[in-house]
Design a protein around this ligand. Sequence first.
Ligand SMILES: [Zn+2]
Length: 190
Amino acid sequence: MMLNDAQAAAWFEFVNLDTPIKNMAFITVSTGVGGGLVIDGKLHKGTTGLAGHIGHIAVDPDGPECGCGQRGCVETLASGTAIERISKQIFFPPVSNVHLFSIADEDDMAERIIRQSAGAIATLCTNLKAILDLDVVVIGGGVGLASGYISRVQEAINEKPNFCQVPVVAAKGHYDACLLGAAFQFNELN
Ligand SMILES: [Zn+2]
């Protein structure tokens, strides 16, 4: 069975962890939100290869409609596309996501928009911890690796109940995690 990009990236991140562990989730926050799961040291693909489509865990029943047909998927709240959508309603002229991050220190609205995204990812992390008892969550993607994003996610996680808190770390594959992952899959798994 072929791996999807996010699963391949998850495997790449897993074998490149500084501390060897058994249970890990990879979350990429970019134009969408995707991911991959490693359970008991094995990449979890699932019956049909769907495993890891964690951007479509619905966390807000009153949230925006998602392309998948549900409301309030993590993706509709946290992705780069979501950040852009929300920021367009507030900033005129519109600002890019890169600019939004750069002004967050002095602009409360920019900070709130980024915290909303990080908060949804934090909820995703604690849900995954509660389901899978993970050792670590690796976060990548253009938004995920933007300056200060992961620390905002960790702060939001630390406000949740103890049992579902989980450490988050930055992906090593950076913006090319998917490509690296795919190349790695080709070399190691086939
Ligand atoms: Zn969805």
